[in-house]
Design a protein around this ligand. Structure first.
Ligand SMILES: [Ca+2]
Ligand SMILES: [Ca+2]
Length: 465
């Protein structure tokens, strides 16, 4: 009888260990990094060797899109698995937690599954009073260090812009930057993982978000840089909906283009700083990847890297996110899942970040969540040619874009539309929405628009001081 019991224990025990063994997770969020980087565009002057190194560990999605081109709605949607149209979280000021008080963030799901969840930097959208941060999502969290500001603006353009949209070489020491400190926290967490449970580590890199500061050494490779492509009369074929959405966004762009491109404070000068910020962000991520490689659990760790949205650098006469065009929504997105993704693999099927939440649940062996708006990307991780629904983007209630392999279709809240053929027009210069030849394409894309749209949720109340 005793020997039978022992045999039974030996037979069951290996299965118990496997069931309790959870993969470690490194979750890297980047702020405002667009697609004009060598990871996604080999011809780009902006080099991101560390992102490329990470892509070699798993799968790079070449057509990945945010769900909304602004920090708060993008992050709230990605981290809860619920689109802005489901929650009403459309804007940067929306109180996302009040809009969904009982919704588990992806970190809360991993906490409930027994993980130690730690993080640093910008994961949720921060506001000056810190109210957007979600303490319930982490066992331990190092908030973003305060932005270290120069005494006066660096960009030699005092007549427009604010200190928060300034750019230049700053600070002198890399150790004094927000992201260096965030990376430091993550490096320590990777060096010292918990022994009795798995770790979910969230690393929120703040650059290239404004102010566009990076230490001097990151500017050195960008003394000269080609400007992004523009078409002078690009707005001529835009519908009323686009003009209405974009009209309040022009002040920054108008200011910098009034200056000769050789002068400090000009558009050209700004581009160089954005490039330096991308290199700086890439270098900090490189430090974290080095620590992952040296970590005791590095080889088995799942890595997910994403940017919360893209960024226009003057394309379509726009400098910012807050739009439905490709540049504002197209993002770097990598998933490395050891044993599942083939190292150095590439997926060209369009996806949006609604897949992040259900994908992590599946990869972590957690139970599915039927409320999720997106579906797991694991089938694509296994076979990058699997057919998938097109990517869907929303900016403000009623404004949406649908991205398929060939097309970007946009519909604004007033019903006006845009259609771009990425096979022949990757810069989205020619709006084909009125062309009779493409009405079937438009109909095919319209069916992916959301059928229900939540009313906008309440804004965050300013904190009492
Ligand atoms: Ca952002
Ligand atoms: Ca145009």
């Amino acid at each position: 009888m005793k020997s039978l019991l022992l045999i039974t224990i030996f037979l069951i025990f290996p299965f118990l260990t496997i069931a309790e063994e959870r993969p470690y997770i490194l979750f890297i969020a980047i702020d405002d990094m667009n697609d004009w980087i060598s990871l996604l565009d080999p011809d780009s002057p902006i080099k991101t060797p560390n992102l490329e190194r990470l892509a070699q560990k798993g799968m790079l999605f070449t057509r990945a899109y945010c769900m909304s081109a602004a920090c708060n709605p993008s992050r709230a949607a990605t981290l809860t698995g619920l689109r802005p149209t489901t929650t009403g979280v459309y804007g940067n000021k929306t109180d996302w937690r009040k809009a969904m008080p009982y919704r588990d963030t992806i970190m809360q799901r991993f906490q409930k599954a027994g993980y130690l969840v730690r993080g640093a930097g910008k994961i949720f959208h921060h506001h000056l009073d810190g109210a957007f941060h979600d303490e319930a999502s982490f066992h331990d969290f190092q908030p973003m260090a305060p932005q270290n500001m120069p005494e006066k603006k660096l960009n030699s353009a005092p007549e427009y812009g604010s200190p928060n949209t300034d750019w230049g070489a700053w600070p002198a020491n890399e150790e004094d930057t927000i992201d260096f400190k965030t990376a430091d926290y993550c490096i320590e967490a990777l060096k010292n993982p918990p022994r009795d449970k798995a770790q979910f580590l969230a690393c929120g890199i703040f650059k290239p978000h404004s102010p566009f500061f990076a230490p001097e050494k990151y500017h050195q490779n960008y003394r000269e840089i080609d400007l992004p492509l523009r078409k002078p009369d690009d707005w001529a074929d835009l519908p009323k909906g686009a003009a209405n959405l974009m009209k309040r966004k022009k002040w920054f762009w108008d200011g910098m283009t009034e200056l000769d491109h050789r002068l400090p404070g000009s558009w050209h000068d700004f581009i160089k700083s954005y490039a330096a910020c991308c290199s700086f962000a890439d270098a900090q991520i490189g430090r974290v990847i080095d620590a992952l490689d040296a970590s005791p659990r590095g080889k088995e760790t799942i890595v997910v890297l994403w940017s919360d949205h893209g960024f226009h650098l003057g394309e379509k006469d726009h400098i910012e996110k807050f739009a439905l065009w490709e540049k504002a929504n197209h993002i770097p997105f990598i998933i490395a899942a050891p044993g599942i993704t083939k190292p150095g693999s590439v997926c060209h099927i369009p996806v949006d970040l609604s897949g992040v939440y259900p994908t992590l649940l599946e990869l972590g062996g957690l139970s599915e969540d039927s409320e999720c708006d997106g579906t797991s990307l694991v089938p694509l991780l296994k076979n990058p040619d699997t057919s998938f629904q097109p990517a869907l983007m929303t900016y403000g209630r009623g404004n949406h874009a649908v991205r398929s392999e060939r097309w970007r279709y946009i519909r604004y809240s007033d019903g006006t539309e845009e259609l771009y053929d990425h096979n022949s027009d990757p810069n989205e210069w020619s709006n084909l929405a009125a062309d009779p030849e493409w009405q079937t394409v438009i109909r095919d894309h319209r069916r992916w628009l959301p059928s229900k749209e939540a009313d906008p949720a309440a804004d965050l109340k300013p904190s009492r001081r």
